[in-house]
Design a protein around this ligand. Sequence first.
Ligand code: BEZ
Ligand code: FE
Length: 279
Amino acid sequence: MRNIDEHNITEAAIARLGHGAQPRVNEIVTALVKHLHAFVREVKLTEAEWQQGIVFLTDTGHMCSGERQEFILLSDVLGVSMLTVALNQKRAAGATEATVFGPFHVDDAPRCEDGADIARGAPGEPLAGEIEVVDLEGRPIADAEVDIWQADDDGLYDVQRPELGTERRARGVFRTDAKGRVRFRSIVPTAYPIPTDGPVGRLLDAAGASPWRPAHVHFRIRAQGYATLVTHLFREPDPYLDSDAVFGVRSSLIARFEPQPGGGYRLQHRFVLVPESEA
Ligand code: BEZ
Ligand code: FE
């Protein structure tokens, strides 16, 4: 292959790259080349712009650490995370919808007893949560793992506060009781901007896009024999429900946060899981 030019390089690259041992990898790599070349042609990318793109991706990598995943953030703001969720999580009618995972989950959140306060000093108005986990027929799912995490009243996750070190706040992992229930106490979520102090923030700024997410609490629910559910509960009213920076809002995930006579809010929600085989 010689004298490759702008007209035949796509064909040449696809022919070169589609011969590995794994058919799925061949499919993905050749489609990637096809679409990347189309993108470069469409915008008539200059060499200086290509260089800028390389610097951007390098900065994105350098921003990543144990506590920060800038590539997930990039995927989120480009709509790729939510597109992947939407393509892969077409659930049966009645099942709870999934949404983006986000970059702030940690694996070492405290294991909690029923009724525990997960705020552990995080600032915010008190919240009393009552969660139920059931199957498509409404039967309780006992011993499901319910992993909950959220930002505090300043719009920050514990991992965004260097002063906390490895101290965990506003997150906890519970197990449902025989009736499929978990009760927890926490704080009322508020809207917050996704981190803008890195390359993704610069991208949003340059693109004239807002970094704000509507108020939400994250949940990951895992139970034997059921498809894992990664989702949020949103609270209304909220000015960002129709302009979420990461495209994660589903109407069915707007939950009941009821003000309580003595102050604070009560959140009640029933999560419906689908069997693993139907996911
Ligand atoms: C979050 O909700 O924690 C989140 C999701 C996507 C990007 C940034 C934050
Ligand atoms: Fe969040």
